[in-house]
Each structure stands twice: as C-alpha cells, then as structure tokens.
Design a binder for this molecule. Structure first.
Ligand SMILES: [Zn+2]
Length: 390
C-alpha cells in the first residue's frame, strides 16, 4: 500500500525528492528509501537530476536526486468498442499514449470479432521489444449499459444484449481485463490524466453516435444501484423527434447526436455531410444555413445541460466525443445559455472540451487499469468490473 501511495504521489506531482515524499506521506526517511528501492527494482520509478525536477527539496539527504514514474516500465491497453469502429491506445506508466490505432468494424460486430482485434493489437505490441512483457492490463469500453460486475446489459447501438464480455474475453488473455461504460471511462480518464483538474462535481457528456453521460462526485463515479446510472442522453427534453433506441421519444440523445445533426442539415436543404469537421469548417466560414442547423443542436444541448445543472450543481461540465469540432464552436453560446437557464443564484459551472482527444474512451479505460494496478487515489472505481488473474 505504501508503494502505491508513493506512485500516486508521483503521478500527481510529476517529480519529488525522497525527502519530500517522506514529508508528504508522513513516512520515515529510511522507510521511503526502502520503498523506493523496491519500486526501482520493479521498473516503476526513475531517478532524475533535481534540476530537471519541478519540486526538488533541500530538506533531507540526496537533494540532487528526484524521482519520477518510469514511463517505460509498464504499459496499459485501452480499447473503445464503438459504432463501426474500434479505437485502441497503449499508454505508458505516465499515462501518455505511445501507440494508437483505429480499426473499422461492421456496424454490429459480434463480441468475438472485437476480442480478436484486441488480441491482434496486443500481439503486435508484444512483438515490439519496447513493450514485450510489459503490458500489465487491458481496459475495454462499450457504448451502453455495463453492470458493476462487467456484464453488458444492453447495447442496442451495437446489437448486444446480455453479453458476459469479461467471461468471453478472459479466456484469451493472461493479463487482467476490465470493461466499463464509455462515458464513465472518458470521465475517469479526464480527471485521472489531469491531476490538477478539480473533481468536486464533474459531469461528462460524450456526444457522437449517442449521448453518453457520467458524473464524478466528490472523487467517485456515480454508479447507481446496479452500476448503470447517468444515462443523461435519455433525459426527456421535448415531445417530438424520432423514436430513441430506448423506446421513448423526446430523449436528449435523439436531438444532439450525429443523426440529429444530419437531420437539421437536411431540413435546411444542405448537402454538406454530417462529418463534424466538415460542418465545423462550413460554420467557421460563416455559412448561415449551417449555422442555423447547428443552432438547433445547440438549443437542445443547452436545455439538457441546464437540467443537469439544476439537478447536480456541478463545478465542471466536460464535453467530448466525435462532435468535438462543432462543440468547440458552440462553447461560448452554451456557457451563456446555461448561465441564463439555471436556477437564479446557482453558480454556473465551467464548461470545457475534454482534454484528451479522440482516444478519450480508450485512454480512460487504460487509466482505469492503471489505477487498479498501481494507484491509491480517492477517485474510486471500487465497483468497476475488474477480475484480475492470479
Ligand atoms: Zn432514449
């Protein structure tokens, strides 16, 4: 546990001297020396000169030597199984992606073909001498309901229902594998990979083919009774619109996903595709019809965000997903609309784009594995579905 405490501190602070670690963790200097020796042997930390270190200490011995996580000591594989696509990211000990790949899949792939892809990527990584024998765990995300024990309850967007993914996958790998809802993983990654990010109450919205949601409250993912809470996309925001895959109409998701954007553009008689980057380009160029179409999207999204603010009073709302190029152009309007719409007297949250990139779910899943193996942070995922191999 003390080794993990040292690793957690180094992940958050970057680099520290042994003396500073002893002070921060209330450990004796000899205790820290013992711990650090063990961590050096396991390739988990590196020694660096203090001039390269951000916070060297002059208090106790060996002031010239600071410690950092050893980025190349161990690696974690994150996998996002999405709609017609699988994104894979290998991240190092410092949570930096070192190898990424996007592979097209049929729109409704069976779980076995996704597992086959993961095996192929892992074996390619293991063939590289930098990573051979150093990949410690795999984290997988899917766009739908995942029970706390890893059972995939409902994944209509991929055509999966009642799939015991962990049991299927476990036979093929000799390292731990876990599965998580995609928005939960992205939210976790957003906070875990950016230790300076406050996490009093963060809401995450992942906008693309669907509208996933996650909430981190006082450092913990809000899971609900069976682990499937924060399905923000199914919040009712209108009396009309296409039927949602949940069976209802008027769900936020059906008004703010890629299909909705295509609908608004069609209604405006536009032939521009619904590729977010293309739409963002047309919008930046000042095309009034595109602007009007995006404004519809923005209005619904703001309505959903106002509801979420009134319920949660969040400190931060983070927006991610494949609609990011458009979201970047909507940020100012969304901030203003939320400030206007929330209960008077309530503080407006910070509203920003996720910082991680298109691999946010894969990197988030890898971060969950990193956390399960090495970290003591209070960002709890206690009920996440992880079944380590002995
Ligand atoms: Zn719905």
């Amino acid at each position: 546990m003390n080794e993990r405490r040292v690793l957690t501190l180094l992940r958050k602070e970057g680099s520290l001297s042994r003396a500073e670690i002893a002070r921060r963790l209330s450990l004796t200097r000899s205790g820290v020396t013992y711990l650090v020796d063990a961590l050096l042997k396991q390739n988990l930390v590196n020694e660096a000169t203090a001039n390269a270190a951000a916070a060297p200490s002059r208090e106790l011995g060996r002031p010239g030597v600071a410690l950092t996580l050893n980025p190349t000591g161990h690696y974690f594989l994150g996998v996002e199984i999405g709609v017609a696509v699988v994104r894979l990211a290998l991240v190092d000990m410092a949570l930096e992606p070192v190898r990424t790949e996007t592979v097209a899949l049929p729109r409704s792939p069976d779980p076995q073909s996704a597992i086959k892809l993961i095996k192929k990527f892992l074996s390619d990584c293991q063939a590289d001498k930098r990573f051979k024998g150093r990949v410690r765990a795999i984290g997988v995300t899917v766009p739908g309901l995942v029970r706390s024990d890893g059972f995939v309850l409902h994944l209509p967007i991929l055509g999966w229902r009642n799939v015991n993914f962990i049991a299927l996958a476990e036979q093929g790998f000799d390292i731990p594998i876990s599965i998580e809802n995609n928005a939960n993983a992205a939210a976790f990654g957003e906070v875990y990979c950016n230790p300076k990010q406050s996490h009093d109450l963060i809401l995450f919205l992942k906008l693309g083919n669907g509208c996933g949601g996650a909430a981190i409250i006082n450092g913990q993912l809000l899971r609900g009774t069976s682990g499937v809470a924060t399905e923000f996309g199914h919040m009712r925001v209108s009396d009309h619109g296409p039927q949602c895959h949940c069976g209802q109409t008027g769900c936020l998701e059906t008004h703010v996903n890629l299909a909705a954007l295509a609908r608004y553009l069609n209604e405006a008689g536009l032939t521009v595709g619904n590729d977010p980057a293309e739409v963002a380009l047309a919008m930046s160029a000042g095309d009034p019809a595109v602007k009007a179409a995006v404004q519809k999207f923005e209005t619904y999204l703001a309505a959903g965000m106002v509801n979420l603010c009134n319920i949660f009073n969040p400190s931060d709302i983070v927006l991610g997903g494949s609609l990011r190029p458009i979201l970047a152009l909507c940020l100012e309007n969304l901030r203003a609309a939320v400030a206007r719409g929330i209960v008077p007297g309530m503080q407006s949250p910070s509203i920003n784009l996720s910082r991680i990139s298109q691999y946010e779910c894969a990197i988030g899943a890898a971060a969950i594995s990193h956390h399960a193996q090495f970290d003591t942070t209070s960002l709890s995922l206690a009920s996440a579905a992880t079944r380590p191999k002995v």
